[in-house]
Design a protein around this ligand. Structure first.
Ligand code: FE2
Ligand code: FE2
Length: 263
């Protein structure tokens, strides 16, 4: 089985490149299941029900989020009906709304997809990712209780060290650990024993941008400390993703491959 994970989709240009490329990539890599991080899909911050539905209609099977999960409050009206949406399990905001993990049956294997936030350089996270996931794996014993074959974690975090520590701490217990949030793809994809890992998958969003945001506006905000609106950059997008190969018989992760397509 091959799982495609698509990094943070940022705004209109990010959505467009996913709509345009997904079919081709699914065929090329023989993809069985698609997960995408959609925390920036609605104008750079948050997601709406309409965009959630559009992403599913174009071939995404599961959508994870991050610190911007609830930047568009509209999503909260429907969140209990959005079966393919996974919110960060340890984000303090709206902590009782939505689900921090969801299960999917694919090719006879039951996959648990978990979204968790790092708490280094991040706001609104009072339970560490280690504590949150330890509870799921070792107290709730979700793998045994819910008969999971594969556990897939999107750790949405700023600090590379925190993500690498997370992957090493949970190696062999979690099949796949992918980092998101920085919007810049790292070249460190590897197997850590039986766990596929990458520090950050990178983004799908405007190539000429500051991690998806308008360049001039980012300079105004960072260099001159001027108050700005949040303007998403426009133009041709970069596409960033990884493909994880899982052996259907042994249920072991075999390989992780990076995809980066620049305009
Ligand atoms: Fe993001
Ligand atoms: Fe983020």
């Amino acid at each position: 089985m091959n799982i495609l994970f698509i990094g943070d989709i940022v705004g209109q240009s990010g959505r467009s490149i996913v709509f345009n490329l997904l079919d081709r990539i699914k065929k090329e890599y023989n993809i069985d299941f698609v997960i995408a991080n959609g925390e920036n899909s609605a104008h750079g911050k948050g997601i709406t029900t309409k965009i959630y539905n559009q992403l599913l209609a174009c071939g995404v099977n599961c959508i994870t989020l991050g610190n911007h999960a609830f930047s568009k409050l509209e999503i909260l009206n429907n969140i209990d009906n959005l079966d393919c949406l996974v919110r960060p399990i340890n984000l303090d905001r709206e902590k009782d709304r939505g689900k921090g993990y969801r299960y999917f049956d694919v090719n006879g294997l039951r996959i648990g997809v978990i979204n968790v936030m790092g708490n280094v350089f991040m706001y609104g996270v009072s339970v560490s990712p280690f504590e949150a996931i330890r509870k799921l794996l070792y107290e709730d014993k979700i793998k045994q209780r819910d008969k999971l074959d594969i556990i897939f974690v999107d750790i949405h975090a700023e600090a590379t060290s925190e993500k690498i520590i997370f992957a090493n701490y949970f190696k062999n217990q979690i099949n796949v650990v992918v980092g998101t949030h920085t919007h810049i793809q790292t070249a460190d994809e590897r197997m850590i024993e039986n766990t596929a890992y990458i520090s950050d998958v990178g983004m799908c969003g405007a190539y000429n941008s500051i991690i998806g945001r308008d360049i001039d506006e980012s300079i105004e905000a960072f260099v001159y400390k001027n108050k700005t609106h949040y303007t998403v950059a426009e133009g041709d997008a970069i596409f960033s993703a990884v493909v994880i190969e899982i052996d259907d018989l042994t249920k072991k992760t075999k390989n992780i491959k990076r995809i980066q397509i620049r305009p």
